[in-house]
Design a binder for this molecule. Structure first.
Ligand SMILES: Nc1ncnc2c1ncn2[C@@H]1O[C@H](COP(=O)(O)OP(=O)(O)OP(=O)(O)O)[C@@H](O)[C@H]1O
Ligand SMILES: [Mg+2]
Length: 327
């Protein structure tokens, strides 16, 4: 049986104001290009996973640092609307992190990111006071690589979470500094569920083969490794062995944040007492609903509605597990 996530989830990560512009085919300085749409969406690993947990009915408290600005007001109101406790979110004088994504007609994306308040976030390791952890039984660390301070003391944070009686999970994200295992290696023995995508698993382990990489990450201390494989679904590496679980068939519109929604779905299924296979299928479904719509969390729906959707959905045609591209 997987580590039961019986109570709610304390989720630490970033919240990002995303502006998506499409289509943009080329950039010519000192000219104006007319585009079809300029949309704003809620992004960031911590915000997306928390939103998924909230709409799926799991008690969740978000730990993040945002600005004292209107994008933060907008997205915190949206999170609270699905039941996410945003009372511990810190307001910084720095602006809310923001990303402008330029998307061309083929779906290729170019990101401009301003870290803003993320640079101020988690300057000290989280202290899991009884008030902070009240009613919660699991700690999820959503992409320490996006949080410059957090990456330095992620191991200590995970240790403290366990000392406070919480089980732990970690979504790796892409390491733009290229340090990978140097920073994340010490975290692995403190991690119950590790959620890398295929490319991240390979970079971390320093191996070419996804299965060999996942096995290595377990040897280095992660109790279970769940590898996200994009349109191919996911593969579980647990004490029970290796289990590939295919994705659902959807017309993909926007894969941004699919991994964060996947994690929310996985933890929500465990919260309901589901086993590994059911949790992986459910996570694939939540992520499929995410990729079907523009914006990381726009397509998500409550737990029972997600199950009803699964009952009529088709599995994706088989595609061999390929390594994801950096983003
Ligand atoms: N084209 C697709 N069709 C169906 N499901 C998909 C598709 N792309 C992604 N998914 C689902 O989303 C999950 C997570 O996607 P992916 O493997 O890209 O994670 P990730 O790289 O961590 O994503 P993120 O962009 O959020 O970091 C997959 O495991 C799968 O369930
Ligand atoms: Mg990811």
């Amino acid at each position: 049986m997987p580590a039961a996530v019986l109570g709610g989830v304390l989720c630490a990560g970033n919240l990002v104001h995303d502006v998506v512009v499409r289509p943009v085919e080329s950039l010519a300085w000192n000219t104006t290009a007319w585009v079809d749409s300029i949309e704003q969406h809620m992004g960031g690993n911590g915000a997306s996973t928390s939103y998924a947990l909230g709409i799926l009915g799991v008690p969740v408290r978000l730990l993040a640092t945002v600005g004292r600005d209107s994008p933060a007001d907008l997205w915190l109101t949206r999170l609270a609307g699905v039941g996410v406790d945003v009372g511990a979110v810190v307001r910084s004088p720095a602006p809310t992190p923001a990303t402008v994504a330029l998307v061309n007609s083929r779906g290729d994306r170019f990101f401009l990111h301003r870290a803003g308040a993320s640079r101020e976030a988690f300057t000290d390791p989280i202290e899991f006071s009884p008030e902070l952890a009240r009613g919660l039984s699991h700690f999820h660390l959503a992409n320490p690589f996006a949080l410059p301070h957090m990456r330095r003391h992620a191991r200590q944070v995970l240790r403290r979470a366990r000392a406070a009686g919480l089980s732990t999970s970690l979504d790796t994200g892409w390491d733009h500094s290229g340090r990978w295992l140097e920073d994340l290696g010490p975290c692995l023995p403190e991690t119950d569920l590790l959620f890398p995508n295929a490319e991240e698993a390979c970079r971390l382990a320093g191996l070419e083969d996804v299965a060999a990489a996942a096995t290595r990450l377990r040897e280095l201390g992660a109790a279970s490794v769940i590898v996200k494989l994009g349109a191919a679904g996911c593969e579980l590496f647990t004490e029970e062995g290796r289990l590939p679980v295919p994705a659902f068939h959807v017309e993909a519109q926007d894969t941004t944040g699919a991994g964060d929604c996947f994690v929310g779905g996985f933890l929500a299924a465990l919260h309901r007492g589901r086993d590994w296979l059911d949790a992986a299928r459910f996570a694939n479904a939540v992520a499929a609903l995410s990729v079907e719509r523009l914006g990381a969390t726009t397509g998500l729906r409550p737990f029972d509605e997600t199950e009803a959707w699964m009952a009529q959905a088709r599995p994706a045609p088989y595609s061999s597990a390929s390594r994801n591209r950096p983003k």
